[in-house]
Design a protein around this ligand. Structure first.
Ligand code: LLP
Length: 428
């Protein structure tokens, strides 16, 4: 991830210039901005569906290996987005009681919902059991005991998969790397067997799986292959020990290209995993998030001011770090394109910044862009994953609207917040 120069070509098949105007599946983004205002997230429903089918199809090529794709809701948890995946056939991976609530409201079938989380509360565990989620992933010895106790109280057996930490370097940004021994996630590799033995001794648990998730925005297949091989080894040992495992969950994490540099595809991932998983007798579970939604969305923002400080040319836009945190948090690179190509007067190097009172409030630094004027709309590309979901009300800024493009129409799927929304939960 870098703020870098905007030199590489990136293909966004669902976002094309038609007659000099950037469109999403044929719908003018200038018109979307005019109708719904900015900042505003826009998602292509066609792209979401295509990406799901692409991902699902490549794992259908293993004749004797059932699989279940569970869209990782945290990447984009708008109900319309979740229900798009549910209708396309996806299961769901949720990371909190709130995500489970959304998933169910969006039509998700609990029998295809898996519940993750390094710090589940007893209430969240009870909620997942009550709804009969497919399984809960367990991240510590102590959590095994808590789930067993909650299940006993409820008079049920809790289906669990132990998330093990395979201690593999995912070669990604340290903030989104999760499979190294130093990370808080999963049960340490050398404690995996004792954890399974402990789980097997608890009467209210039903062991159904092994699970891993090594990180996010992983652009090569090797870390997945290495980690999956370790998991496959564990699977064999558990089987020999008479602990039957019906699900092997390889997590999410497959990256996308933000800047045109190569990034492994789902098909490449499946092929690379083939020798490791082909002969396993279990259902393979996958939890893609970003791969399905990242390049399906953009953030529209309007230039408020041009400001030249002598040291720098700034474009001050109406989207800020509260709307879109990735650049501030990870120095993430997102391509920026003007919505109207127009008669731009050459190019310039700019910092694209927001109105929040922090110097880390930027969308791009030192970026070469066509010259744009006050009032023009820009599209921040690849904003469909970890965009709106990470937004906040910092600086008491109402959160942005979200719009879905479907069947050639722009449909508001989340209204822009109002000032009243900001204070709604505060007693007067
Ligand atoms: N499964 C588990 C257990 C996860 O923790 C995650 C993401 C996923 C699946 C989905 O990963 P994906 O396929 O989207 O990489 N906010 C960061 C990303 C954090 C990812 C957290 N876990 C970002 O903006 O890059």
């Amino acid at each position: 991830m870098s703020t870098g120069e905007d030199t590489r070509e990136v293909a966004f098949p669902h976002f094309e210039y038609i007659g000099g105007e950037l469109t999403c599946d044929g719908v003018s983004l200038r018109q979307v901005a005019a109708e719904f205002g900015t900042p505003c997230y826009v998602y292509s429903k066609n792209s979401l569906i295509e990406k799901y089918h692409e991902f699902d199809a490549v794992f259908s090529h293993f004749p004797h290996l059932p699989h279940l794709v569970c869209y990782s809701v945290k990447a984009n948890s708008n109900r319309s987005v979740i229900s798009t995946f549910v209708r396309a056939g996806s299961g769901l991976d949720v990371n909190s009681g709130g995500e489970l609530y959304r998933a169910l409201l969006a039509g998700g079938d609990a029998a295809r919902i898996i519940f993750t989380g390094v710090g589940k509360t007893a209430e969240e565990i009870a909620y997942a059991l009550e709804q009969r989620a497919l399984f809960l992933k367990v991240e510590s010895f102590e959590e095994l005991d808590v789930i067993d106790a909650v299940a006993r109280r409820m008079g049920v057996r809790a289906p669990v998969a132990l998330r093990v930490n395979p201690d593999v370097d995912a070669l990604t940004h340290p903030y989104i790397s999760t499979g190294l021994a130093e990370n808080k996630f999963g049960i340490p590799w050398d404690q995996a067997l004792p954890a399974y033995e402990h789980a097997a001794s608890l009467p209210n648990l039903e062991i159904v799986g092994v699970d891993m998730h090594i990180g996010s925005q992983i652009t090569t297949v090797e870390p997945f292959v290495e980690a999956a091989s370790r998991l496959a080894g564990l699977f064999e040992i558990l089987t020999q020990k008479g602990i039957p495992i019906s699900h092997i969950d390889l997590g999410g994490g497959l990256g996308i290209s933000y800047d045109g540099s190569p990034s492994a595809t789902a098909s490449e991932l499946a092929e690379a995993l083939r020798p490791v998983i082909e002969s396993l007798k279990a259902t393979i579970v996958l939890e893609p998030g970003r791969y399905l939604t990242g390049n399906a969305g953009v953030l529209l923002t309007t230039v408020q001011y041009r400001k030249n400080t002598g040291a720098k040319q700034f474009l001050i836009v109406d989207a800020a770090m509260n709307d879109f945190l990735r650049p501030a948090l990870y120095a993430a690179y997102h391509r920026i394109q003007p919505v109207m190509l127009g008669d731009h007067r050459g190019e310039e190097v700019v910092d694209v910044v927001g109105p929040v009172c922090e110097s880390s409030d930027f969308i791009a630094k030192g970026r070469t862009l066509p010259r744009v004027e006050r009032g023009e709309v820009l599209a921040v590309m690849s904003a469909g994953a970890y965009g709106f979901v990470m937004s906040s009300n910092y600086n008491s800024r109402p959160r942005a609207a979200e719009v879905l493009i479907e069947d050639g129409r722009a449909v508001c799927i989340r209204y822009r917040e109002t000032y009243e929304d900001l204070v709604r939960r505060e007693p007067t």
